[in-house]
Design a binder for this molecule. Structure first.
Ligand SMILES: [Ca+2]
Ligand SMILES: [Ca+2]
Ligand SMILES: [Ca+2]
Length: 348
């Protein structure tokens, strides 16, 4: 009976998707990992309820959500009744058979929760601001079960109640998570270093509902100009370097030349656009052999180039890296710059 009922819910969900094929993102998930993949990473809010004393009536103790006194914390391990807490040790517990009601303070497009009860089928009702129903989801019992929902409109409230005949009324929930689904930078890229003509990558982590648009940007010189431009695969304007994966979280730069240049990632989707903090790609200009330090091995490369003098000489290393001041010849002016880098030894 239970399985039959759940199958009916799934069929209803599929019919809903077909009816609204242009907005086919709305979906119920029963697998946590698939849900997290669909929302594009971690949500803005995740509450485990483990930080308050058991039997605390909940109103507005947790960011982003109000409970209005319809739920309390419950120690599922010491006091029992909650089956297996997903995150020790408190779970949410209702009062008698009254529904829990969560209302969200900010635009919310996705919500998820676990049913840790071994007794109760829990019905979630997802509502609009005018209290009409967007979706109902029945969470089975018998083991710890998960339900996640992605909406194509704002979710104002979620109610949770034990399903008549398949629950003794009191219900438990754990790990309520929700968020706007707006595109955002979840982790800023860190700067990195390379050598003349070398490669480097800058990596950011983005979150938010698909479809998302990613675009790396480069800062026109000088560093700190604040003059940002979209970057596309191919040559980076203003240098001999090349970029790849310019619409991916991990930007790859090859044939790096400039002493330093800043890059940042822009991510956008249906409701927001955000740029990361700038990350700097530094080139250790005198590390000719790309081993991370400027030492005697690089000095030998420099001396050989100094004796050849002209960058046009076919015997010069590709890119004529020892021409540190980029004037076409390797001479005393470059030697002064090399000595300074040699004295620093370690690349910046
Ligand atoms: Ca918990
Ligand atoms: Ca070196
Ligand atoms: Ca020179």
């Amino acid at each position: 009976m239970l399985n039959h009922h759940l199958a009916a819910v799934r069929l209803a969900g599929i019919a809903l998707l077909c009816a609204a094929s242009e907005r086919a993102d709305a979906q119920v998930y029963t697998n946590f990992n698939l849900y997290r993949a669909a929302i594009g990473g971690a949500p803005e809010y995740l509450h485990t309820f483990d930080d308050l004393a058991p039997n605390t009536t909940l109103t507005t103790q947790y960011a982003g959500v109000s409970f209005g006194g319809t739920a309390r914390t419950w120690d599922a391990i010491s006091e029992g009744g909650g089956g297996t807490a997903v995150s020790p040790r408190n779970v949410l517990f209702n009062f008698g058979t009254a529904p829990m009601r969560f209302t969200f303070n900010e635009p919310t497009r996705m919500v998820a929760v676990y049913n840790p009860s071994i007794f109760d089928v829990v019905r979630l009702t997802i509502r609009r601001a005018d209290n009409t129903v967007i979706q109902t989801i029945d969470m089975p019992t018998g083991t710890v079960t998960f339900a996640g929902y992605i909406a194509t409109e704002n979710i104002a409230a979620v109610e949770a109640v034990g399903l008549a005949g398949q629950s003794n009324g009191t219900i438990f929930l754990d790990n309520l998570e929700f968020g706007s689904g707006c595109a955002r930078i979840a982790l800023n890229p860190a700067g990195t270093g390379t050598c003349p003509g070398g490669s480097g990558s800058l990596v950011a982590v983005v979150a938010g509902l698909s479809p998302r648009t990613l675009r790396w940007q480069y800062e026109a010189l000088p560093v700190g100009s604040g003059d940002w431009h979209d970057l596309f695969d191919g040559p980076i304007p203003g240098s001999d370097a090349a970029a790849a994966n310019t619409d991916q979280p991990s930007l790859a730069i090859s044939n790096a030349q400039l002493t330093q240049q800043r890059f940042r990632l822009k991510v956008s989707n249906h409701c927001a656009a955000q740029v990361s903090n700038p990350a700097t790609l530094r080139v250790c200009v005198a590390d000719f052999n790309c081993d991370g330090s400027v030492d005697d091995a690089d000095f030998l490369v420099f001396v050989t180039a100094y004796n050849l003098l002209a960058c046009e000489d076919p015997a010069m290393p590709p890119g004529c890296a020892p021409d540190l001041n980029r004037d076409g010849v390797v001479d005393d002016a470059d030697f002064v710059l090399f000595v300074a880098a040699y004295n620093d030894l370690l690349c910046p």
